[in-house]
Write a protein that binds this ligand. Sequence first.
Ligand SMILES: NC(=O)c1ccc[n+]([C@@H]2O[C@H](COP(=O)([O-])OP(=O)(O)OC[C@H]3O[C@@H](n4cnc5c(N)ncnc54)[C@H](O)[C@@H]3O)[C@@H](O)[C@H]2O)c1
Ligand SMILES: O=P(O)(O)OC[C@@H](O)[C@@H](O)[C@H](O)[C@H](O)CO
Length: 533
Amino acid sequence: MKLINYEASWQEKGYELPKYDRENVKKATKENPTWLHFGAGNIFRGFVAAGLNNMLNEGSYDRGVIVSEGFDYEIIEKAYKPYDDLSLLVILKADGNIEKKVIGSVVESIVADTQREQEWERLKEIYRKPSLQMVSFTITEKGYSLVDSNGEYLAIVAKDFAEGCEKPVHIMGKTTALLYERYKQGELPIALVSMDNCSHNGDKVFEAVEAYAQNWVKNGFVEEGFLNYVRDKNKVAFPWSMIDKITPRPDDKVRKVLEEDGFEDTDLIITSKNTYTAAFVNAEETEYLVIEDTFPNGRPPFEKAGFIFTDRETVDKVEKMKVCTCLNPLHTALAIFGCLLSYETIWEEMKDPQLKELVYRIGYDEGMPVVVNPGVINPEEFIKAVLELRLPNPFMPDAPQRIATDTSQKLPIRFGETIKAYHASDNLKVTDLTFIPLTIAGWCRYLMGIDDQGNPFTPSPDPLLEELQGYVKDVKLGDTELKADLLKPILSNEKIFAVNLYEIGLGSKIEGMFKEMIASSGAVRETLKKYLQ
Ligand SMILES: NC(=O)c1ccc[n+]([C@@H]2O[C@H](COP(=O)([O-])OP(=O)(O)OC[C@H]3O[C@@H](n4cnc5c(N)ncnc54)[C@H](O)[C@@H]3O)[C@@H](O)[C@H]2O)c1
Ligand SMILES: O=P(O)(O)OC[C@@H](O)[C@@H](O)[C@H](O)[C@H](O)CO
């Protein structure tokens, strides 16, 4: 059974196949595309492309999506092209049932690299099409960042600014250069939609594109009118969104299940840029995509796929509910302590009495008091499902090591917003927080790269890892005397926590917890017991 030759007989083995004429969809999309997506990773295939696939199956839409990758070209070369852009979605339900769906809605895949002339020219052509309504992104938080931890422009960004729109290297430079093609075509309208887990994600795209446009205007590469176009919300919109569907890396156990069916395209691929990909993607059943309804050139009827359209204020509340309180902070706490306590799956961590208690306390005791009900999703029901069904789902192969990736980029939204809300509150005291500080102390302990048994482990990739590990490199388990300012460069960094933790009164508390966690091997567990029993 090869994806590229899928056939009706697969249905007997429970595989749902595209019910539409894919060649027609391909042709219509290539001629008049409506949607281009950057970031060919797992969430794109497992959720958004799958939503469109449902619409095509039902006949409620007639166009596919074109995917582009401006960072990790191997994803396209190894996980899309060999399979004619098809993929297999494996849904792992909490009751143990598995659904398998062939996703045919991705009809073209393109590497976004100015050195690859044909592909770059095709992207320009797509941007020039009046039919194009939206360009979306799932490129991780760091994909939007133009600066380093000191706020200085990254070298590639500075070079892009200096060299103009002919051969940008940063993904936001490529996006801006392509948008310039659309501007030249008569200022055609479009929406650029981030679907990443960052706060006010639309603003991240806007700020990056605006910075590129400003610098290119300043350096004489593009006209002032382009900057005005980027800033004109009636022409270029940057809607906010909140996306939710736990989509782990392609898993070996799932691979074996597929192989038992006779499915052959099961190679697990780890690219040189550390993306975990395959021709299949495994994900949970639950999914939410809430998008601010600002699309100057219209949009596909995504309501048919269950996506929720609303105003910006509601998206903000939903995002705060999910990313700042009811899911992602709990994930990051499990990621940090999971790596320290040598866990390899989230569901097993949810059987650990202290870790389970920790996420209940972070969620219910510390997060929920500052959550505002967004109306479109009920926070009480949402957090209950996360804690009782989604995280403990034993069929989901999600790993703390995946979630620990880029933790330095995630802390401001996952914990910083709650800390700020307590600090600003008249009736809550930030110094009463215990479990969030405990998790931050755990992260400082994690940065040592030594687990609770005293064995070295490899922390997950993070753009600040090297710098941050430098601060704790001399700490040893059993140290009783620590340099007074040891953690200060970390805990006072407002880029990492959204606040200076010393200025709001949490710095010493976290330092104290860190000291408890380095007392000896086994001290992480003992510290968790102390605060959680
Ligand atoms: N996987 C999930 O459970 C999930 C759920 C909700 C939201 N998300 C959001 O989607 C993002 C991607 O998740 P995924 O599961 O697709 O991950 P993935 O590892 O499968 O893919 C990561 C994608 O980001 C791109 N990328 C990474 N670093 C980049 C950079 N510096 N510049 C440009 N592009 C870069 C990669 O090329 C790839 O396309 C997450 O960071 C998160 O914001 C993921
Ligand atoms: O995708 P990241 O790296 O931003 O965060 C890791 C997980 O917390 C995240 O992917 C969740 O699974 C997701 O946000 C659930 O909707």
